[in-house]
Design a protein around this ligand. Structure first.
Ligand SMILES: [Ca+2]
Length: 198
């Protein structure tokens, strides 16, 4: 579980690097690795990404560029590179949490099916679902990560396909409130636009 959290954290930081100056990214990486890296071993701000295994420091431009720069290829890890294109895990988790808080603990059954009851507990909780949404390259990977039943996965796929086709009637028929339609559509489109249905 803790490995998952670290991976998600790295992914979120990688995603942030697109929007933030490198110096900010470096500070956050230092905080992330601070508990097992001596201060003197910090990476230079120009090469802020530290490979977890070999400790090499690499520039942001070599993250997810298609060529391995860490000895174990971690800079090209598919989960890391998928998550780098997605909204940060924290943002996804708080969006899911806000829907549950507004509409009750079973509201997300509408999207993720019968296992998404009780604030997503049968799926491992909100954070686990948010991490899976961030790191799963495709909807099939997402289904595998959360052990979704095939029927629930096909339902979710039909929701995504409706959104991809601009059919908001599908979301309305599921009982998504008009006031939330825009946010839910935006959230699902982000996933579609980063290869979730490929
Ligand atoms: Ca690379």
């Amino acid at each position: 579980m803790s490995t998952c959290r670290v991976a998600a954290c790295v992914a979120a930081l990688a995603a942030m690097s697109c929007a933030l100056p490198h110096s900010v990214f470096a500070l956050d990486l230092n905080r992330l690795y601070g508990h097992h890296t001596k201060r003197s071993e910090y990476c230079h701000p120009y090469e802020p990404f530290k490979c977890p295994v070999d400790g090499n420091c690499i520039s942001i431009q070599y993250l997810c560029d298609g060529a391995p720069d860490c000895i174990d290829g971690y800079d090209e890890d598919s989960k890391l590179c998928t998550a780098a294109k997605r909204p940060p895990v924290e943002e996804t988790a708080s969006f899911l949490q806000s829907l549950l808080a507004s509409h009750g603990p079973n509201y997300l059954e509408k999207l993720f099916g019968s296992k998404a009851r009780d604030a997503l507990e049968p799926l491992g909780g909100v954070e686990k679902v948010a991490i899976a949404l961030s790191e799963s390259q495709t909807i099939e990977d997402f289904g595998a990560a959360l052990h979704l039943m095939r029927s629930d996965l096909e339902h979710l796929r039909s929701v995504f396909m409706a959104v991809e086709n601009g059919d908001l009637g599908m979301l309305k028929s599921l009982g998504i409130k008009d006031s939330e339609l825009g946010d839910v559509k935006f959230f699902l489109e982000k996933l579609v636009n980063t290869g979730f249905l490929d």
